[in-house]
Design a protein around this ligand. Structure first.
Ligand SMILES: Nc1ncnc2c1ncn2[C@@H]1O[C@H](COP(=O)(O)OP(=O)(O)OP(=O)(O)O)[C@@H](O)[C@H]1O
Ligand SMILES: [Mg+2]
Length: 272
């Protein structure tokens, strides 16, 4: 069984405070794994470990089969180049247009301008941002700014994309737009991703919708409804430093664990 991302018995404490007390999970290539857990349970910490920004106290972290926690900085940078992260705060450059924000990284990497333009156009189209390409981020809604942040994260075609609560604070239709983009990356680009969220509505959407591209290159999003379930999303929940659940949404809805039951029964408003 080969994983693109694997944590084996990873432990991390900040001083006296044990945040991760031996967590293990695997994410297969092209799969989306949604990370659930209360505030302070270690979700962002897990993503930072994956980026090599933190080192675990014990355990191993594998990316494409390579253990990263003992890697030299040069090797780690090579692995990091294949990953991108989308934060809640888009962290866009305010004085650059949407186009220039997205072109920033490819230009920094020294791509020829024709290739930069071709790829930026492709990504603008993918994220539905063509109409705002020449605007400054400050003139856009919060949701559109997050789409720009996603566009910027995917421009150099990362193998692994990390989302740290990309829907927090957004109204439901805008949050849905972000989830649709994540689903398109999963189903059309085969991106491996980890998606941190508190929102039950995100969980439902990511577990039940899939993207299709037709022969005219039009992309549509469908609800699996009664179709055969082939949706490539799995879920993990972290509680008290442990992975208390890993599995499909069907398993999540049926889980016995009281903590999980509270979450899946939770009042929608409490989870936004
Ligand atoms: N650099 C740090 N130094 C000390 N404590 C830290 C540090 N980073 C995180 N923590 C603590 O580790 C715990 C886990 O933090 P983390 O940010 O991973 O939680 P989270 O699950 O992402 O929460 P949220 O849903 O609020 O974003 C928290 O108690 C936090 O205060
Ligand atoms: Mg966090």
């Amino acid at each position: 069984m080969s994983y693109r991302i694997e944590f084996r018995d990873v432990k991390l404490a900040f001083g006296e405070k044990v945040v991760l007390d031996g967590i293990s999970f695997g994410v297969r290539p092209g799969q989306m794994t949604v990370i659930l857990g209360q505030s302070g349970s270690g979700k962002s910490t897990t993503l930072r470990l994956l980026l090599g920004l933190l080192k675990p106290d014990a355990g191993q972290i594998y990316i494409n089969g390579e253990e990263i926690s003992h890697m030299k900085e040069d090797d780690l940078n090579r692995v990091r180049q294949r990953m991108s992260i989308v934060f809640q705060e888009g962290a866009l450059f305010d004085s650059l247009t949407v186009y220039e924000n997205i072109a920033y990284r490819p230009r920094e990497l020294g791509w020829p301008e024709a290739k930069v333009d071709e790829r930026v156009q492709e990504v603008l189209d993918f994220a539905g941002l063509k109409d705002v390409a020449d605007l400054l981020p400050g003139s856009l809604s919060g949701g559109t700014q997050r789409l720009v942040a996603i566009a910027r994260a995917i421009v150099d075609d990362p193998e692994i994309l990390l989302f740290d609560e990309p829907t927090v604070g957004l109204d439901p239709p805008t949050a849905r737009m972000i989830c649709e983009t994540a689903v398109k990356l999963r189903d059309l680009e085969n991106t491996t991703s980890m998606f941190v969220t508190h929102r039950l509505a995100d969980v439902r959407f990511l577990a039940s919708h899939y993207a299709v591209r037709d022969e005219n290159n039009n992309v549509t999003i469908h609800d699996e409804s009664n179709d055969l379930c082939l949706i490539n999303t799995s879920f993990i929940m972290i509680n008290d430093g442990k992975v208390v659940f890993q599995g499909t949404d069907e398993m999540l809805w049926q889980a016995e664990d009281s903590f999980l039951r509270d979450f899946v029964r939770g009042d929608e408003d409490l989870n936004t």
